[in-house]
Design a binder for this molecule. Structure first.
Ligand code: PLP
Length: 369
């Protein structure tokens, strides 16, 4: 761009226009489809807690009043359920926001942040927004590789973003591996453990990160309410050492969690029966979907989340794109994941029984076609 046009209108900082905007999962089917099953954003097929719906309704009459800027009651409810100190929690407008705030606070132009090959895409966006350099490292068998991450650390590295389990693969690192990763990092490098799917993991060797955060100065754990029925309310949170809480509280918007989100969130997290029902539903249907799709001859990455990554055959007729069109025409909306380095796979959220059976039945006929 020449100088004249530079002055003709405001221009974003260097690097901003290199960012590829996040493309959310589709939510609509082609015209004429009678019933849509949205399986593209890892939402809860059981919906929100009825108690959260009621709490959100009750807030409606008080929408003229600003929320509590520290979301104290929400932090206390989270702390109570997870056995944490509420002072070590910051709430956010979805966990996306807290990931962005961490990047904004700890990355300067030219710094590096390490992500893995098939990492959640938002990390790269926030790293680039901060003017820093995303360093992507290879995974092994679609799982984060601790040695590869450690090998990528340089004197410029400031953050490691690790989703555990990861989206869109659904794979996870056992706690021993996370501990080994942390032990190998310089103490000035921040390890961000993104536990967006932590509630769904049913493995004895998994830990979302509470223990590590409590015992270190350079680890934070981020979590979300989105996968347990409140994606639309936008509630995330971070558990972190006090010096990080202090820094983030200086940077975040003063009322970053809205009044409806606060009340719905408090009701939702206290409704343990709804959480348990949601997790039990997922446990049953995650294994059912994985097994049935495997029986069809499709490779499914072993997942501990509330979704599966389905790999399609190489022939064009049965590719992921063809399957996506076939499923969409029948109302089953899955997620294309080319942007995540999987041009021939689809991610499917575990849905209702009807949706799960419907996808398997549709793929059975699709593969015979
Ligand atoms: C790994 C991971 N982290 C964070 C998020 C962000 O969730 P939210 O901003 O809804 O809390 C998601 C959502 O898809 C995710 O998959």
């Amino acid at each position: 761009m020449n100088q004249a046009s530079d002055q003709a209108r405001p221009t974003p900082r260097a690097g901003i226009m290199d960012i590829e905007a996040y493309v959310p999962g589709k939510s609509t089917a082609p015209a004429g489809v009678a019933k849509v099953h949205k399986l593209s954003s890892n939402e809860n097929p059981l919906g929100p807690s009825p108690k959260a719906i009621e709490a959100a309704r009750d807030v409606a009459a008080k929408l003229d009043i600003y929320p509590d800027g520290t979301a104290r009651r929400l932090r206390e409810a989270i702390a109570e359920v997870h056995g944490l100190n509420p002072a070590n929690i910051v709430c956010s407008n979805g966990s996306d926001e807290i990931l962005g705030l961490l990047a904004q606070t700890y990355l300067a132009p030219g710094d590096e942040a390490v992500i893995t090959e098939h990492a959640f895409m938002v990390y790269k966006i926030y790293i680039q927004s901060a003017g820093a350099v995303p360093v992507s490292v290879q995974e092994t068998n679609e799982r984060a590789d601790v040695d590869a991450i450690l090998a990528a650390v340089t004197p410029r590295t400031r953050i490691i973003f690790l989703a555990n389990p990861n989206n869109p693969t659904g794979t996870y690192l056992p706690f021993q591996e996370v501990r080994r990763l942390h032990a190998g990092l310089p103490r000035n490098v921040l390890l961000v453990l993104d536990g967006a799917y932590a509630e769904y993991v049913r493995r004895n060797d998994y830990e979302a990160g509470v223990e590590l955060v409590a015992g270190a100065e350079n680890v934070v754990m981020t979590r979300t309410f989105s996968k347990l029925g409140l994606g639309g309310a936008r509630i995330g949170w971070m558990y972190a050492p006090m010096h990080i809480i202090d820094a983030i509280n200086r940077v975040r918007g003063p009322f970053n969690v809205n009044a409806t989100a606060i009340e719905a969130g408090i009701a939702a997290i206290r409704d343990r029966a709804h959480v348990e029902r949601s997790v039990a539903h997922n446990e049953t249907w995650l294994s059912w979907v994985s097994e049935e799709l495997t029986k069809l001859g499709l490779r499914v990455t072993p997942s501990v989340g509330n979704f599966v990554l389905i790999h399609f055959p190489e022939d064009k007729k049965h590719s992921a794109a063809a399957a996506d069109d076939y499923l969409s025409a029948r109302g089953y909306i899955l997620r294309r994941v080319s942007g995540y380095g999987f041009p021939n796979a689809l991610r499917m959220s575990v849905g209702t029984e009807e949706a799960n059976r419907g996808v398997v039945a549709a793929l059975t006929t699709f593969l015979k076609s």
